[in-house]
Design a protein around this ligand. Structure first.
Ligand code: S3P
Length: 171
């Protein structure tokens, strides 16, 4: 892998993009960027508040603006929001700007993980695992299509996931 390429992590909520991204960035001594944090910084409020006051559509616009503004970023590890692949322009941009890794997990694993964390407006609205399964069924093909590498995170430690990524990028 060329040294300046970004590593871009995609996947459903609870896939581990942030934790794996932070760890990768630390081992590689590269900057860590989180598109959700960048959206929050662009408007000065949390994702939760953006969804409540401006709505999901506005959030998606802000998210796409963040993706476009990443044009000049090189050599970073970038964790993306789970819905980033809903916009095909985002996918095209991500593929052009880095090595895209899909952190995969099955619905039951993801459901358990997101139950343990809060602050995700779309997860908070889910009534049960079936809601997650429906959303995952829609998005999984998009993640797969966008990805240069798929890593199944089920029952794996961050270190193991990281090593699979390192092997793929030739680190
Ligand atoms: C979303 C996932 C969230 C965040 C927003 C919407 C989604 O990011 O972007 O709440 O549509 O799946 P994480 O995947 O980091 O939780």
């Amino acid at each position: 892998m060329k040294e300046i390429r970004n590593i871009i992590l995609i996947g459903f909520m609870g896939a581990g993009k942030t934790i794996v991204g932070k760890s990768l960035a630390s081992v590689l001594a590269k900057p860590f960027i989180d598109t959700d944090k960048m959206v929050e910084e662009s408007v000065g409020v949390t994702i939760q508040t953006i969804f409540e006051t401006l709505g999901e559509e506005r959030f998606r616009e802000l998210e796409s603006e963040v993706v476009e503004n990443m044009a000049g970023i090189k050599g970073a590890v970038i964790a993306t929001g789970g819905g980033i692949v809903k916009d095909s322009a985002n996918i095209a941009f991500l593929k052009k700007n880095g090595f895209v890794v899909y952190l995969f997990a099955g619905a039951d694993v993801l459901y358990q993980r997101i139950l343990e964390e809060s602050g995700r407006p779309l997860a908070d609205r889910m009534k049960d695992q079936t809601d997650l399964e429906m959303m995952l069924a829609e998005r999984d093909p998009l993640y797969r299509k966008a990805a240069d590498l798929l890593v199944d995170t089920t029952d794996k430690t961050v270190k193991t996931i990281e090593n699979e990524i390192f092997e793929a990028i030739g680190y």
